[in-house]
Design a binder for this molecule. Structure first.
Ligand code: HEC
Ligand code: HEC
Ligand code: HEC
Ligand code: HEC
Length: 424
């Protein structure tokens, strides 16, 4: 499928004020079109939540009446792709919570009912907001020119008016909006490219930061191609990526122990797709050597495999760091939760929430009960407690310690250690 690239090339990255580069519009359209056409059940991801279903939820729950994504949607609330996209699970939950009072007021003003989210819907929406950052790297052709020179691509490849004859011309990659096709071709050609580099004494290119996306932007700008259309690639799918990861045997060395190969959960934490792509490339030679030594063939990628694999690796960072229950206990007190949610405090025992549900369930319970809590708080003239970054995951870790295993002793109550005296 070919769609027009909204009349422009992606010459610059987001300007930091929420505006989105025009060439990016093609991707947005693709995202909109494809996800509507895609069956929601397509491969339940191993990661909690399904970003494709989450996209639909975002429309159905009318989040989009107030929030825009990449400039499409309402303006009453913040632009989501700037405000929160790419944050890890508990950071997102914390942000939801911090902003609920104003959201409730806005929803009331418009006369809407509060859009409740069951745990699955909550998981889907959160994973969608995380997923969005996969596309947050349109690249910058000016920086790309610098990277192209620094990494000496020009000494072997033709591009536009530059001529070279060792490798194939790179112009054709200009038809894509994202850099994954380029990265995939580079990976597949890795061993041949390395031979040429050793032969010509060129250093093996090491990518950093946005290099990959920036070179892609340069190729889009300068590459010879028949039209300015963008070939729409299938959306990267983390579920399919998990299968690629298994099928290519990545887990043989990356077993999570960090003994044979780095623990990829740590490597990919807080990294963008472009950074992960660069990381993969930078280590490809060392990995190729290791694979050779073990008699493993160097894996080749086709179709959307590389894009899917990157999406899978990107999602390894979604869970974020584990919280600390002791710190969580302090948060529970400091943020005032304990005042109402202890025995006799008049609010539900949160041990029940921890027992009943998983972590998306806690997020869903907080969201669904927020209007009632908002009212209770207003009556008591209390102000809405806001979380600092990181606090929500500690709080969740604390509440988790109250979850009752089947057949275990009755529920202790958070905020009441030592046990509170019964109310008189
Ligand atoms: C009636 C309008 C309205 C609707 C509907 C709405 N929001 Fe909001 N939202 C807002 C406003 C206004 C804010 C900013 C509140 C503030 O500044 O504290 C906000 C803030 C947020 C934030 C925090 C952004 C930040 O800067 O950290 C997130 C996340 C969010 N909304 C998600 C959602 C989701 C998901 C839905 C749908 C389930 C939704 N919103 C529905 C108006 C709305
Ligand atoms: C020392 C020469 C050399 C340098 C420097 C070099 N390459 Fe290559 N490259 C090759 C060779 C040789 C091949 C394998 C032959 C081929 O497929 O073009 C190749 C293959 C490729 C391919 C696969 C082409 C295809 O159509 O499948 C891509 C993409 C690529 N290189 C990109 C780059 C980029 C981007 C840079 C700079 C970061 C770079 N190369 C630097 C020599 C080089
Ligand atoms: C034969 C063992 C082996 C296999 C198979 C393997 N890797 Fe690696 N991987 C390594 C080693 C060893 C390193 C560290 C290399 C170095 O120091 O440059 C590494 C490094 C990496 C890194 C960089 C991590 C960091 O923190 O710097 C990434 C990302 C990565 N591998 C992803 C993959 C993926 C994806 C696959 C499957 C396509 C894969 N690896 C298959 C051994 C392997
Ligand atoms: C002013 C009192 C008050 C404070 C402070 C308060 N809550 Fe609540 N909370 C309530 C009330 C009342 C309900 C029950 C609302 C309902 O039934 O809809 C509730 C419900 C909840 C629920 C849903 C419980 C269930 O059984 O589904 C969660 C989760 C929750 N609160 C978490 C928190 C957290 C986390 C904090 C601290 C950041 C907090 N609350 C602070 C009064 C409070």
């Amino acid at each position: 499928m070919i769609t027009p690239a909204a009349g422009s090339d992606s010459r610059g990255a987001s300007d930091g004020h929420g505006r989105v580069p025009a060439g990016f519009a093609a991707l947005v359209l693709a995202l909109a079109a494809l996800t509507v056409g895609m069956s929601a059940g397509e491969g339940a991801p191993p990661h909690e939540g399904n970003p494709f279903r989450g996209r639909q939820q975002f429309e159905e729950k009318r989040c989009s009446t107030c929030h825009s994504i990449w400039g499409h949607g309402g303006t009453l609330g913040p632009e989501i792709s700037v405000a929160v996209a790419g944050k890890s699970f508990y950071e997102l939950v914390g942000d939801f919570w911090n902003h609920t009072p104003q959201m409730i007021d806005q929803v009331n003003k418009l006369g809407y009912p509060w859009p409740t989210l069951d745990p699955t819907e909550m998981a889907d929406i959160l994973s969608y907001l995380y997923y969005l950052r996969l596309f947050d790297e349109p690249g910058n052709a000016v920086r790309g020119r610098e990277a192209y020179a620094r990494l000496q691509c020009a000494s072997c490849h033709s591009l536009g008016t530059r001529n070279a004859s060792v490798g194939r011309p790179l112009d054709g990659f200009g038809q894509y909006a994202s850099s994954t096709a380029l990265a995939q071709a580079m990976w597949n050609a890795g061993p041949r490219m390395q031979q040429a580099q050793v032969h010509t004494g060129t250093p093996i290119p090491q990518f950093s930061g946005h290099d990959m996306a920036d070179i892609q932007a340069l190729i889009r700008l300068e590459g010879h191609r028949p039209g300015r259309d963008v070939s729409v690639q299938p959306l990267p799918n983390p579920t399919r990526g998990a299968a690629v990861y298994r099928n290519k045997g990545c887990g043989t060395c990356h077993d999570g122990s960090g003994r044979v190969a780095p623990d990829l959960t740590q490597s990919t934490l807080s990294k963008t797709a472009s950074e992960i792509t660069g990381l993969l490339w930078n280590h490809s030679y060392a990995m190729g050597a290791r694979m050779g030594a073990q008699g493993m063939p160097f894996p080749q990628f086709s179709d959307s495999e590389m894009a899917d694999l990157i999406a899978h690796l990107y999602f390894l960072g979604y869970t974020g760091k584990k919280g600390d229950p002791k710190t969580g206990e302090t948060v529970f007190g400091r943020r005032g939760c304990a005042a109402c949610h202890k025995a006799g405090g008049g609010a539900p025992n949160l041990a029940a929430v921890a027992t009943r549900t998983d972590r998306a369930g806690l997020a869903s319970a907080m969201w669904n009960h927020a209007p009632q809590m908002h009212r209770t708080m207003a009556e008591r003239a209390a102000f809405w407690p806001k979380f600092e970054p990181g606090e929500m995951r500690h709080l969740a870790a604390y509440l988790e310690t109250f979850a009752v295993k089947p057949g275990a002793k009755p529920v202790r109550q958070p905020g009441a250690t030592p046990p509170a005296r019964p109310a008189k």
